[in-house]
Every structure is written in structure tokens, then in C-alpha cells.
Design a protein around this ligand. Sequence first.
Ligand SMILES: NC(=O)c1ccc[n+]([C@@H]2O[C@H](COP(=O)([O-])OP(=O)(O)OC[C@H]3O[C@@H](n4cnc5c(N)ncnc54)[C@H](OP(=O)(O)O)[C@@H]3O)[C@@H](O)[C@H]2O)c1
Length: 286
Amino acid sequence: MSFPADRAATWFVTGTSRGLGLELVTQLLDRGDNVAATTRSTERLLSALGDRVDTSRLLPLAVDLRDEEAVRQGVAHTTARFGQLDVVVNNAGYGFLAAVEETSDRDVRDMLDVQVVGVWNVLRAALPILREQRSGHIVNVSSILGLTAVPGWALYCAGKFALEGLSEALAAEVADFGVKVTIVEPGYFRTDFLTTDSLALPTSATDAYPAVREMTSQHLNLQGSQLGDPVRGARAIIDQVVSGGGPLRQLLGSDAHSYASAKVDALRENVDATARTAPGTDFPAA
Ligand SMILES: NC(=O)c1ccc[n+]([C@@H]2O[C@H](COP(=O)([O-])OP(=O)(O)OC[C@H]3O[C@@H](n4cnc5c(N)ncnc54)[C@H](OP(=O)(O)O)[C@@H]3O)[C@@H](O)[C@H]2O)c1
């Protein structure tokens, strides 16, 4: 088991001034763990934490996750301050709701910069440390939309599907070093995710996709009534890391679980439907 039992653990968490990241930081500090928390605004993070938690074990880090050198320095500050690094949580992310043809080149690059390039920057900085100490845990916060895709969410799904592929390969690559990987797949959680502060929209939309516009207003109206409780969500993530166990994919929420089950059924049906034709492209046996 790679989680330290005899000392405070050190966590590096990205995207922490709101939502799940903020809740993770709060609960980790309450546990007495050390937390390096990256954010685009340390003021927003500190004011969100207020005086509800002891921040003496907090290292707030203003980091642009797209900047490899800034991320490398953030990880270096973490080990300099706490002496070790045990758990990395790639949590930062945002939603984008538009039809594929309404999604600009800039929109695509911005999303992938945060959800893929940023995560890769963190991994490149953290992995040598975890690998050399032969212990550690990487938690990549994906989404149920990293497993199944729905209209209007193509760009977000593209980012999360990429994160899932990266994470699945990584898990197999680092297992022999004693480093564990968990992919977290939340359903709808009552964070700021569906507010206009977080959810990005296209700069220009066509009137050809009324269903996407309808989906946008439904999602904005969903704010405040999502099924998932971020307090329970953060606790579930922490519990799985502390126990050192759990499957590769950690589904959070009954909505996520039913979407995942439907995806597995559809995939099974698709795989079965090609069972006879797929081998048809093999070279004939010699
Ligand atoms: N809530 C849901 O329904 C839901 C469902 C599935 C998956 N998720 C995933 O869960 C994670 C946390 O989201 P949340 O629900 O807590 O949403 P949130 O309340 O909107 O918080 C998102 C966090 O991500 C960071 N972030 C947002 N846009 C960013 C950008 N352009 N560059 C860098 N950081 C950015 C923010 O960090 P700073 O402002 O501090 O920099 C913020 O603290 C995300 O990866 C999200 O995709 C959420």
C-alpha cells in the first residue's frame, strides 16, 4: 500500500478555488495532511477557505497549468516545503457546450490545454519523484462524459476521453513502480461546474441545433439540483486513496453508474456485432 500510515501525507491538487477541488483541500487539511493547491487565483482560494480550516499545512500555488515550467516549479516548491509528495490530483477542468461545428479552433486548443496538456505537465513533473520513491497515487478527475459521449458535449468529451486513455496507459506503465492510478468519473455534482462562471459557450452559434440550445438552458437550470454532493464526492476520493485499493475507475453518483452501465451494454452489443467480420481483415494463416 503506497499511502503513508506513519506521517502526514502530502497532496498536490489542481483547480482548487471552487467545487470539488476546494472541498478536497478543506477535507485534506482537516485530516492533518499537507496540501499544495494550485489555482489561477490564490486570493480566491484563501477567501473561499476563510477561517473554517487551519491553513498552516497549505501551500497555495498560483500556477498556469498550461505552462510547463510554472508547473515544474510548483511541484518543486511542494517537495521543498513538505519534504515529499504522495498523491497528485489532477482536478482542474471546465465544461463547454456547443455543437461540433460551432466549436472554434481556439475553443479546442483551450480545452485540450487544460484537460490534457496541463495534466501531462503535472505528470512529467511529479512522476520521477513517485517513481524513484516507489510509491504514490495519481488521481485524474475525468467525468462520466469521459466514458460515454452525448450531443453538445463533444469538446468536453474529447478532453476527458483523452484523459482516460492517458490514465489507462499510465496505470499499466507505473504499476511496477508501486504507483497507483485512479480515474474518477463523477456524474452531475452540485459545484460551480454548470454556472456561467465555469461552463463555456461558443462565441457564435447557428440556429441549426435547437436541441443543443435546449440542452444548454436545461443544464444552466440544473444548477443547484444536481444529484451529487461535493462533500461526499471529495470524501469518496480521499477514502479510496487512503485505503490504497479500489478499481481503476471510480464512478461517483448513481447517475454516473447508470450511464456507465448503458455504455458497457452498447459497447458489448457493438463488439458482438463485429465478431464475425473483424477477423476478415487478418492475413490468412500461413
Ligand atoms: N460538477 C460536475 O457535475 C462534474 C461532473 C463530471 C466531472 N467533473 C469534473 O470535476 C472537476 C472539478 O470540477 P467542479 O465540478 O469542481 O467544477 P468547478 O466548481 O467549476 O471547479 C472547477 C475547478 O477547475 C479549475 N478550472 C476551471 N477552469 C479552468 C481553466 N480554464 N484553467 C485552469 N483551471 C480551471 C478551477 O480552478 P481555479 O479557478 O482555482 O484555477 C476550479 O476550481 C473538473 O475536472 C470537472 O470536469 C465535474
